[in-house]
Write a protein that binds this ligand. Structure first.
Ligand code: ZN
Length: 196
């Protein structure tokens, strides 16, 4: 099956628009989800690592390393979306950043469900696996604490991607579903005959 279409085929209708930039309700919901996940992982980090952490003074070097890692992560997260889109479609990408979201899209085409799902989920899968590998590979309680904090921020930062995934799993199960992803905004199109 093809991964994408240059033009929207006839017999499709627009079914949903997800706007992660201008939809205030969605932005707020994603922000709250991200905050709760951060709090949860902060708590897990303290609860599981505290006995080891209190034996060593906190290192400012490690703390600054953590913040640099986060900045690099924001860029890498989008590059992973971009790499997946590029491999699956070969089309022109768009990248950008606002105060609330960083984004990557492939604005000139319509992408089929499977390819879209892979591109949307790629950073979540890649960075979750890397974090878990690191978490089990290191013994230092402070490093483990920071990895857990990172996991919380990463999963929270993926709330938009996970919301899109949820939509594919619940509402747009038809493999013919097409999505136009301009970056901050995704529009879903479904075949009209499909409706009940
Ligand atoms: Zn993302």
């Amino acid at each position: 099956m093809k991964n994408w279409e240059k033009d929207l085929p006839s017999g499709y209708r627009e079914a949903l628009v997800i706007d992660a930039k201008d939809n205030k309700k969605l932005v707020r919901g994603m922000g709250i989800a991200a905050l709760l996940l951060f709090a949860l992982f902060l708590w897990i980090g303290i609860a599981t690592q505290w006995s080891g952490m209190k034996q060593q003074a906190p290192s400012t070097r490690m703390a600054s390393g953590f913040f640099i890692t986060l900045m690099v992560y924001i860029v890498l997260h989008e590059l992973v979306h971009g790499a997946a889109y590029k491999l699956l479609t070969g089309q022109k990408l768009t990248f950008g950043m606002t105060l609330t979201v960083a984004f990557c899209g492939v604005p000139e085409i319509y992408v089929y469900r499977k390819a879209s799902l892979i591109a949307v989920l790629a950073p979540f899968v890649v960075f979750t696996i890397l974090s878990l590998v690191l978490l089990f590979a290191v013994q230092d309680p402070w490093v483990r604490f920071y990895v857990l904090l990172f996991l919380g921020l990463h999963i929270g930062g993926c709330s938009g991607d996970l919301y899109n995934t949820w939509m594919y799993l619940t509402r747009f199960k038809d493999p013919r579903t097409l999505t136009r992803d301009t970056g901050p905004m995704q529009t879903f199109y479904v075949p009209i005959e499909n409706e009940t």
